[in-house]
Design a protein around this ligand. Structure first.
Ligand code: PLP
Length: 397
């Protein structure tokens, strides 16, 4: 028998990727499956960005770059963080990595020792607890409440603090809830982090996808704790560049040097061609971003209108990102042919079988009473999916 490490045994596979792969497989078998499972904008990468990549290839920009990322891209990212996010950073505070996910992993590797505790508000992005486990640290879950819009304050964090608390991971706008942590909440968290000396890893990958006049605020802009904040962002969601795999981290130089050391032994630099594309994304025209944001907002409103009409589905209006996270609790205990659906995985499987719609069970995000619906899909797919979900859930009431 092949012996696999115990660490791998303790890690869950990403449910988002698993559901998306299953939907893809069913479609390749000819099944009419609509997948609203992936966290991926459906728009093509903007033309100016693709052209910059083509030019990079033609100019033979196809070799290793500096491990930390090219000086031009690091400078452009520093400038972006200075002007858009109010961070006091220069290029030496920036590390470019292979996607936001890689940036978060590097950050955790750089600051955590075995047994350190990392506080993660739930519902959380599926990868946060698993990445914490991968670095031999311990995820400590902060349960938030739906009636508070899944937000929380420093008061909610206090009871979880111990001598081993190393960091808090925040994600605003949030995947999966779309909730936003406003400036007042973030100032409270910053105060607490300063008093208790823990790091804040602030995942701001959805910073450009915000609706209804809400404003994005970066906790790293608060001078008192700037050295304790690791800000994460990237081009995947904002510029529809998920496949290019470029993410970035802004942090104190010591942290950047440590994370860069880890990166140098793991992956080296992220793809040279993708870095050239990311440079154009950040420095070039930003017109496409606003078009995509408006399209997401239209889709959100369209789908919210449909989902709100489904009896028993409790759907809040998300302020950012591109997900709904409705409660499905009212359907528990019911099921087809005398069976009972008892959790989010049961509901997700039921909807896949009955409605041929793929969604991600909330259990993967820490809340088994919910299901995640991505609206990064065409209006036509969203309307058709909503009709199917509505018909399938009606059979349960
Ligand atoms: N952080 C959150 C909250 C996400 O939802 C995602 C992607 O789904 C990422 C980070 C990772 O982004 P990337 O594709 O750049 O690795």
């Amino acid at each position: 028998m092949i012996s696999i490490s115990k660490k791998v045994d303790r890690i869950e596979e990403s449910q988002t990727i698993a559901m998306t792969s299953l939907a893809r497989k069913l479609r390749s078998e000819g099944k009419d499956v609509i997948s609203l499972s992936a966290g991926e904008p459906d728009f093509p990468t903007p033309e100016n960005i693709k052209l910059a990549a083509i030019k990079a290839i033609q100019n033979n920009f196809t070799k290793y770059t500096q491990n930390e990322g090219t000086p031009e891209l690091r400078e452009a990212v520093a400038e972006k963080f200075r002007f858009e996010n109010g961070l006091d950073v220069t290029a030496s505070n920036i590390l470019i990595s292979s996607g936001g996910k890689h940036s978060i992993y590097n950050a955790l590797q750089a600051i955590c020792d075995p047994g350190d505790e990392v506080i993660i508000p739930s519902p959380y992005w599926v990868s946060f607890p698993e990445m914490v486990k991968l670095v031999d640290a311990v995820p400590v879950i902060l349960q938030t409440k739906e009636e508070n819009g899944f937000t929380f304050t420093d008061e909610n964090i206090k009871p979880l603090l111990t001598k081993k608390t190393k960091a808090l991971i925040i994600n605003s706008p949030s995947n999966p809830t779309g909730s936003i942590l406003d400036e007042k909440i973030l100032r409270g968290i910053a105060r607490l982090a300063g008093q208790h000396n823990f790091f804040v890893i602030s995942d701001e990958i959805y910073e450009k996808i915000i609706y209804d006049g809400h404003r994005h605020f970066s906790i790293g802009s608060i001078p008192e704790i700037r050295d304790r904040v690791i800000t994460i962002s990237g081009v995947s969601k904002a510029y529809s560049m998920t496949g290019w795999r470029i993410g970035f981290m802004a942090a104190n130089e010591e942290i950047i040097k440590s994370a860069a050391k880890i990166q140098s032994q793991m992956t080296s630099n992220p793809s040279s061609v993708s870095q050239a594309a990311a440079l154009e994304a950040i420095r070039g025209t930003q017109d496409e971003i606003e078009k995509m944001r408006l399209a997401f907002q239209k889709r959100r409103d369209l789908l919210l209108d449909r989902l709100s009409q489904i009896n028993g589905l409790n759907t809040a209006k998300p302020a950012g990102a591109f997900y709904f996270f409705p409660s499905i609790k009212k359907f528990f205990g019911k099921g087809p042919n005398g069976t009972a659906l008892n959790n989010s995985l049961d509901i997700a499987h039921y909807l896949l079988a009955e409605a041929q719609v793929a969604l991600v069970p909330g259990g993967a995000f820490g809340s088994d009473d919910h299901i995640r619906i991505s609206y990064a899909y065409s209006e036509q797919e969203l309307i058709e999916a909503a009709d199917r979900i509505s018909a399938a859930l009606a059979k349960l009431t």
